[in-house]
Design a protein around this ligand. Structure first.
Ligand code: AMP
Ligand code: TRP
Length: 327
C-alpha cells in the first residue's frame, strides 16, 4: 500500500475550506492507502499563541479528524510535537535548504505582511513541513492549492539530499483536488476562505449552528445576474457556491447548473444551505459522541507510538549519511 501523509494546524476555526480542500479527501484515501494524519502543533507556534488555547485547539482538531470519519483502526492520527524527530529532521534539512528558496515562499510573505516582527520559525516553516512529509517516506500528500509551493520545495530538498548524501527520502507527490482546491470566502469570493479572517462571515465553521450556517449562505455575496452558472472569472461568488454544493452532495456541477436553470439564486441557496447543514450535522454528531465517550487521547498516544518507529528508521539513515558520528 502506498503511504499518504498530511497535516492541519490546530488554530482558528476549522472551516468548510479545510474540509473540502483537504480533510474530506483524507477520509476517501484511508481505504486505499496507509494513512498518517498529523496535527501540526509546532507549526502553530510560528505566530504567538495562548498556550491554553493551543492545547484546546489541538484536542479539538483530533476530535475533528475522528468526526469527519477517519477511522483509528485504519488511520494513524498523532500530534507533531509528540514525535521529536520532526524538529530534529527540520534542523538537518535547514542545512540543506537555501535561503533563496525560502525567500520565494509566498505564504510566509502573506502571513508576515503588516507585522512589525516576524519569527524565524515562520520563515523556516516550510522546512519543518518538508521534515513532516519526508520522515515517513510519504508518497502522496493531499493538500489545498495554497500548499503547492511548499510541496515543490519539499521535493527539491529531498532530491538535493538524495543526490548529495545518498538515497534517504521518497519523493512525494502532491494530491490537489481538481475542484475545491481553493474554496473562496463567502463575503468576498475573490479571496480564499481563511481561518484567520477578520469577519466570521468569511467562512462556515464545522461546529457552527444550523441557523447561523443558513444565514451565512443566504447572505453569501453573488453577482446580480441571478443565473446559476459556473464561471469563476466573471461569477466568482456563485461558482464558489456551486463548488461547495457539488462537493457536499457529490453531484457534478453541470447537473446542478441544469437543475437550477431559471430558478434564480434564492432557491439555489436555500437548497445549498440544507445540503451543507445536513452534512455538517453528521460531523457534529460524531464530534459530540467522541467528546462524550472519550478515547481521543488513546488514539493520539497510539498514533505517536506507531509512527515513531518509522521516524526513527529515517533518522538513523539520515544521520549516518550526513556523517554524524554514531557510537
Ligand atoms: P491549515 O488550516 O492552513 O493547516 O490548512 C489545512 C488544509 O486545508 C491544507 O491542506 C490547506 O491547503 C487546506 N485549505 C485551507 N484553506 C483552504 C481553502 N480556502 N480552500 C481549500 N483548501 C484549503
Ligand atoms: N503547512 C500546512 C498548512 O498550513 C500544514 C502542514 C504542515 C502540512 N505539515 C504538513 C500539510 C505536511 C501537508 C503535509 O496547511
Amino acid at each position: 500500500m502506498k503511504r499518504v501523509f498530511s497535516g492541519v494546524q490546530p488554530t482558528g476555526t476549522i472551516h468548510l475550506g479545510n474540509y473540502l480542500g483537504a480533510m474530506k479527501r483524507f477520509v476517501d484515501l484511508q481505504d486505499d492507502y496507509e494513512s498518517i494524519f498529523c496535527i501540526v502543533d509546532l507549526h502553530a507556534l510560528t505566530v504567538p499563541r495562548d498556550p491554553e488555547e493551543l492545547r484546546n485547539k489541538t484536542r479539538e482538531l483530533a476530535l475533528f479528524y475522528l468526526a469527519i470519519g477517519l477511522d483509528p483502526e485504519k488511520t494513524t492520527i498523532f500530534t507533531q510535537s509528540s514525535v521529536s524527530a520532526h524538529s530534529e529532521l527540520a534542523w538537518l534539512l535547514q542545512c540543506v535548504a537555501h535561503v533563496g528558496e525560502l525567500n520565494r515562499m509566498t505564504q510566509y510573505k502573506e502571513k508576515g505582511q503588516g507585522k512589525d516582527t516576524v519569527t524565524a520559525g515562520l520563515y523556516t516553516y516550510p522546512v519543518l513541513m518538508a521534515a513532516d512529509i519526508l520522515l515517513y517516506q510519504t508518497e502522496v500528500v493531499p493538500v489545498g492549492e495554497d500548499q503547492k509551493q511548499h510541496l515543490e520545495l519539499t521535493r527539491d530538498i529531498a532530491q538535493r539530499f538524495n543526490n548529495r548524501y545518498g538515497e534517504a527520502f521518497t519523493i512525494p507527490e502532491p494530491l490537489i483536488n481538481e475542484i475545491g482546491a481553493r474554496i473562496m470566502a463567502l463575503d468576498e469570493p475573490t479571496k480564499k476562505m481563511s481561518k484567520s479572517a477578520e469577519s466570521p462571515n468569511n467562512y462556515i465553521g464545522l461546529l457552527e449552528e444550523p441557523k447561523i450556517i443558513n444565514k451565512k449562505i443566504m447572505r453569501a455575496v453573488t453577482d446580480s445576474e441571478n443565473e446559476v452558472r459556473f464561471d469563476p472569472e466573471n461569477k466568482p461568488g456563485i461558482s464558489n457556491l456551486l463548488t461547495i454544493y457539488s462537493l457536499m452532495s457529490e453531484t457534478p456541477v453541470s447537473e446542478l447548473e441544469q437543475k437550477y436553470q431559471g430558478l434564480g439564486y434564492g432557491a439555489f441557496k436555500k437548497d445549498l444551505a440544507e445540503v451543507v447543514v445536513d452534512r455538517i450535522s453528521e460531523i457534529q454528531d460524531r464530534y459530540r459522541r467522541w467528546e462524550k465517550d472519550g478515547g481521543v487521547e488513546d488514539v493520539l498516544r497510539q498514533g505517536a507510538e506507531k509512527v515513531s518507529v518509522i521516524a526513527e528508521e529515517t533518522m538513523e539513515r539520515v544521520k549516518d549519511l550526513m556523517g554524524l558520528y554514531r557510537v
